[in-house]
Each structure stands twice: as C-alpha cells, then as structure tokens.
Design a protein around this ligand. Structure first.
Ligand SMILES: Cc1cc2nc3c(=O)[nH]c(=O)nc-3n(C[C@H](O)[C@H](O)[C@H](O)COP(=O)(O)OP(=O)(O)OC[C@H]3O[C@@H](n4cnc5c(N)ncnc54)[C@H](O)[C@@H]3O)c2cc1C
Length: 491
C-alpha cells in the first residue's frame, strides 16, 4: 500500500502504552501520527538529571520484559540490538523497625527457603502460598490480561468458562490482607505480601485477594533491570517508532477529539484540525472525556470510580554509598493498617510511612558521582483532592528522613546534596492523570477489574483508549498489554 492510500491513525500521548499502540498500528499497515504534550516521550516513564545524578522519575520495578521485546520482533528487529535487561536476584531488600532485614529472591524454592530462615513461617507454607498465586495467575491471565473484558464474544471461551468454574480459587471474596493473614503466622510475611496492592495504588485491607497474583509475576516470573534505567524502555520504543516511520509531534497537546455523527474523525491541536480514520487516546480516560470531548456524556459509573493513590517522591542525590541497600528497598511502616487508613480514608499522609527506596546507581554507576547514590525515595499518598501539598511535602520529608535514619542507623540529612520532589499535582500536570492518581481507578473493591473503562468507546465509532487508566490496568507490562488488546480490536 502506498502512503497515499494507507489508513491513518492518531495516537494521543507517547506514554509507554501510546508508543506500543503506535508501533502496533504501524505494523498493521496504518500511517500513524503521535501527538505528545510534553517535549519528550515516555509520560510517567521518563528521566531527569541534576548535579551529576540521573533519576528515573516514575516506574522502577520491571516485569514481563517479553512484552517490550515483541514490539521489536514484530517490527523485524532484534530486541537485543536496541534494548537490554538483566534478571534481578535478590529482587528486594525489606527492612523492618525491629532490625530484621529480609531479601526476596527469585523463584519459589529460593524465596521460600530464605524467608523461612528469618521468619516464623515454614518453607512449605510459603511455597504453598506461592503455588496458590500461580493458580490465580493461570485462571485469570487469559480472562483479564489478554482480551477485552468488554466484548461479549470473549466470555464464550474455555478459559473464561474455566475461570468461572474455579471462581472460588481466585480470591475474589476475600481481601488481600484477609488471605495473607490466613496464609502466614509472621506479621512481616503478611506485610511483604500485602505490599503488592500498592502496585496498582490500592489498600490491601480493601482490595480483593485476586491481586495476590502480582506476587506471582514478580517472585516466580521474575523482576528485571533495564540497562540504562527504566527510561530505556520508553526511549528505545520511541526510537523504534521513529525508525519504522511513525510520525511524532512533541510539545503538541491535543485540545479536542473531533467527532462527527458519533464517529471519531480526527484531532485538533493548536496548529489546527487534522483528520484521521482512527483515534487512540493514551491520555488518562477520565481526562480524555472531560477535556477532549466535553460535549460527550462518558460512562459515568466507570469514570467516577474512586481513584488510586498517588505518591510523594524525593529524588535525592546522596553523597555516600550504603552497602546494605540494593536496587529495590522497602522500609516498612510499623502499623500498615493505620498507614492505609490514613491514605484512603483520611486522605492525609502517615507519620511513619512505608518508604520505597530505588537506587539505580547500584547497577548503573554513572547514574551518580563516584561514591554517591541516586535515591528515588517514594511514599504512597492520597490522590489530589485539594489538600495542602506544600505542607504535606514538608511533613513527609521529615518523616522519611527520620525513618531512614532509624533503619540505617545514621543521619542521612547532611548526605542529601541535591533534591527534586514530585507530588500528585506535578504528576497530574506532567501526564494529565486525573487527580494525580498514578494508577487510574483504585482496585479497592472486588468489581474493580470490571469497572475499568473498555479499550474502545461503546458510543463513538473508531475511538479507542489504551494505557494505565483502562483495561487491563496500570504498570508497564499491563500498559503494553493494553496497547495489544486495543490494537487487536482495530481492523
Ligand atoms: C512514581 C511512579 C511509580 C511507578 N512505579 C511503577 C513500577 O515500579 N512498575 C511499573 O510497572 N509501573 C509503575 N508505575 C506505573 C507506570 O509508570 C504507568 O502505569 C505507565 O507508565 C503508564 O503509561 P501510560 O502509557 O498509560 O500513560 P502515561 O505514562 O501517563 O502517558 C500518557 C502520555 O500522554 C500525554 N498526554 C496526556 N494528555 C495529552 C494530550 N491532550 N495531548 C497530547 N499528549 C497528552 C502525556 O503527556 C503522557 O506523555 C509507576 C508510576 C509512577 C508515577
């Protein structure tokens, strides 16, 4: 087909999902144009440098790398020539106020053995729990992850039927915390597994135990570190898109999705209107409706679901190397339930927060000056409901420094030689995520998976959505899957 008679597709947003959708649509034979509001690609998965330190600004835990690889493969390229990663083992270092340090290794055997050595749970019980998470994965993968949940025909398949027959096994009727309390004697093990609810911005005390499947993905399937940091995922995909002929327009926010006779026909930017056969929005679906189609009545029930948590992140240049820390570190709150209650009910910040510290200079030494470390220090916070964020940031900084000092038995305050900070307002303004929620709708009820927006519009022809705010959900691999599901729906 010549360019002149190719069908055309507009992609709004060059987040990881928009990039994947653009590459897939190009490979389907479309002429693809990406419109990105920022001067750079990647959305949440981007990078900044300051005073000799480089920081990944958003995601840091990377699973299921084959979903990146397959974009190169379908474009006729060897992924290893463009994007590389290493498998992590151990994956995490967990720190508790009682002085315990637990390393989470890859694979059922090693994970269970190491955890059993330092906790009150047996290797057999831990291994049995991991087998259960594997069962949940087996029963839910095809139903939730590989197909649109919103097409009736997808419900008349064997995997869905099998899923319904085994509904009791996927944990839909218990909370994560409920299931984990039953599985483990040691409260530290409960905390370690409850933590996975934060991967989609939910509370383990409210989210269904089905989400224990996330532990399976990380512990059994493995976690990886992309060489050059997380930004190499989106940087390499943006380069791939450009190399195969996708057209990118940066610093070009879309102001309106053009709709005629209930059909998407193009987009309007500050440069004017452009017609396209198909429009895919990678912009947060809530804001796609509210800002780009204000005249269209969106699906209120789906759009008005409670949103996920957000984060306060300090990007600290630390002039010291902490040998006891690894790439991924967690300093756990003493009272996890009180922490989540503060975030989701009080919509405030907790005085003893669980801190996640990511240090890429452990693997990429050039990310920090010699003898120094680049800390991404993150705490979960509520999404933006107009709270006094400047006050919250000042408070959070104190709480986090005091907690790090207790865990590391030193004073980190004089070691912080450079600092940047992100809060929900900044996340909102940089990526158009509604209320600065990182993960779209929260999963704080058992129907949440069904209440994410579909990958297509039910009312407007040729309008599609992809990314963390729609099916199947947030995280890098789910956003890559989202693009796959979306583009598979397009002829
Ligand atoms: C602090 C933080 C930590 C995280 N940790 C992890 C993690 O460890 N592991 C993991 O897998 N995931 C993690 N995530 C989640 C993950 O980053 C996201 O799920 C994923 O990057 C979202 O990608 P996306 O393509 O849906 O959207 P986004 O990255 O939000 O991209 C949307 C893009 O659309 C653009 N845009 C919006 N509106 C318009 C418009 N009108 N016109 C043009 N362009 C527009 C935006 O500028 C942006 O570039 C984290 C996220 C954050 C913020």
């Amino acid at each position: 087909m010549t360019t002149a008679n190719k069908k055309t597709c507009a992609v709004i947003g060059a987040g990881v999902s928009g990039l994947a959708a653009a590459i897939r649509m190009h490979n389907k034979g479309y002429q693809v144009t990406v419109f990105e509001a920022n001067p750079f690609p990647g959305g949440k998965c981007s990078s900044e440098s300051k005073d000799g330190y480089r920081f990944d600004m958003g995601p840091s835990v990377f699973t299921m790398p084959h979903y990146v690889d397959e974009l190169f493969e379908m474009s006729g390229k060897n992924p290893r020539d463009h994007f590389n990663y290493i498998k992590l083992d151990p994956v995490y270092r967990y720190f508790f106020e009682d002085g315990t340090q637990l390393d989470a290794y890859h694979g059922k055997e090693k994970f269970s053995e190491q955890m059993a050595e330092k906790t009150n749970d047996s290797k057999e019980d831990i291994a049995r729990y991991l087998e259960k998470t594997k069962t949940i994965y087996g029963l839910t993968e095809e139903v939730f992850l590989q197909n649109s949940l919103h097409k009736l025909k997808n419900f008349f398949t064997w995997p869905v039927f099998r899923g319904f027959l085994n509904f009791g096994k996927i944990g839909a009727f218990d909370t994560m915390n409920g299931a984990n309390q039953k599985a483990f004697k040691d409260p530290r093990m409960v905390k370690i597994f409850n933590r996975y609810s934060t991967y989609n911005g939910s509370s383990p005390f409210l989210a269904p135990a089905t989400l224990n499947v996330i532990a399976h993905v990380e512990i059994m399937k493995g976690a990886y570190y992309p060489r050059g940091g997380m930004v190499s995922i989106t940087a390499s995909l943006a380069k791939l898109g450009k190399d195969i002929g996708v057209q990118f327009n940066y610093s070009t926010p879309v102001r309106e999705i053009l709709i005629e006779n209930k059909k998407a026909v193009g987009v309007r930017t500050d440069k004017g209107a452009e017609r396209f056969d198909v429009v895919i929005s990678n912009m947060d679906v809530y804001n796609s409706y509210k800002k780009l189609m204000p005249g269209i009545k969106g699906p209120a029930k789906t759009l008005d679901q409670p949103k996920s948590s957000s984060g306060i992140i300090f990007y600290w240049g630390i002039k010291h190397e902490f040998k006891q820390l690894g790439l991924h570190n967690i300093f756990f709150a003493d009272d996890y339930e009180a922490e989540f209650d503060t975030i989701f009910r009080k919509k405030a910040i907790y005085h003893d927060p669980t801190i996640y510290v990511n240090i890429t200079s452990k693997h990429t030494p050039t990310d920090a000056p010699p003898g120094c470390e680049n800390w991404f220090a993150f705490i979960n916070v509520p999404n933006n409901q107009g709270q006094d964020w400047d006050a919250f940031i000042a408070e959070a900084r104190e709480h986090m420094i005091r907690k790090a000092n207790r865990i590391l038995k030193t004073d980190i305050r004089p070691l912080i030689e450079t600092e940047m900070v992100f809060d929900p307002r900044i996340i909102e303004s940089r990526t158009s995520s509604a209320f600065g929620a990182i993960y779209g709708n929260s999963s704080n009820n058992k129907f949440a998976a069904f209440l994410r927006h579909a990958n297509f519009s039910k009312d407007i022809k040729d309008l599609y959505f992809c990314g963390g705010s729609v099916h199947p959900g947030p995280s890098i691999p789910l956003c890559l899957l989202s693009a796959k599901i979306t583009t598979n729906l397009i002829k």
